[in-house]
Ligand binder design. Sequence first.
Ligand code: NAP
Length: 331
Amino acid sequence: MNRRVTLAARPEGHPRESDFALVEEPVPDPGPGEVLVRGLWLSLDPYMRGRMSEGRSYAKPTELGEVMTGQVVGEVVASEDRRFAPGDHVVGQLGWQEYALARGGALRKVDARIAPPPVWLHVLGTTGLTAYFGLVDVARPKPGDTVVVSGAAGAVGQVAGQLAKAMGCRAVGIAGGPEKVRDLTEEYGYDAGIDYKGDDVNAALKAACPQGVDVYFDNVGGALSETVFRRLATGARIAVCGQISQYNLTEPELAPRNLGFLIVFRARMEGFLVSDYAHRFEEGIRRLGALLADGRIRYREDVTEGIEHAPAAFIGMLRGANRGKTLVKLA
Ligand code: NAP
């Protein structure tokens, strides 16, 4: 049988376990052009919260009763597409389920000799590529720049800080709680870490960024960004990657209220979507892969076992319970 997690109800505010349902169905057989994949690892990501709601976004919402959207790395078990054979490792948008049928064109082969399968969901997958294109293309730091990353101990953040260091920058991370802040400097090579839950963020930024913030890689938004805007350097670039502080609010926060600082510091602020860079993923994977092989990118994985525990792991991640990349081990 195939166990899958579907959307049972649209959440109000923070999702609850009752918003999800675990259902069982027979494992399907592949038709012409289709590939049957057994999932090994499922990636849990903040964007999934957006898909649970009906509001306007860049992708259509998940329907009630539909399997939750999610990227999976898995192993081909049967194939009616000549490009894939049993035993191949593939990555695709296969959803929160143990087995999935996909058209061959929707799958990408990954080489498990280069990196273990779950790494193709983070450093060499979407979150690593988000850090890469957000920095290299949108924020464009120069050597010697001070780069501040919010959500710095998470999946995107852990890579963003190490990339900034590899580009010759000073990296300052902001995360929640002393344990994560310790990870920033001890595991991910940030020059300084700030605890937004316990520190006076403005004073800590002033101390950690005496010349101001040249690049702000923003995963969080809201009041935290308002504080960072006060400490920008002239000509600063702000890459708006995510706004996780807002995803579970029933009414959006009004911060940042101080966009006037963008005028004071002649700053540029730009949002981006990693999927717009699909035509350049190979470039990103090559650069990230080289840094990984050299030991210049380290990562932490936060693993939950079993599809039945995916909803709890997802809810926990949205509240900051994860340390590193949130993954579900399916098999
Ligand atoms: P993650 O950082 O591994 O996990 C989410 C983290 O968000 C939590 O661990 C928590 O860390 C933090 N958080 C939750 N509520 C918060 C709040 N109110 N204030 C501050 N921090 C809060 O997740 P991820 O996959 O790396 O994603 C990070 C961001 O990148 C998200 O905003 C996501 O939407 C965005 N993203 C964007 C793209 C794109 O194409 N633009 C692609 C991928 C991801 P703390 O414990 O530190 O609070």
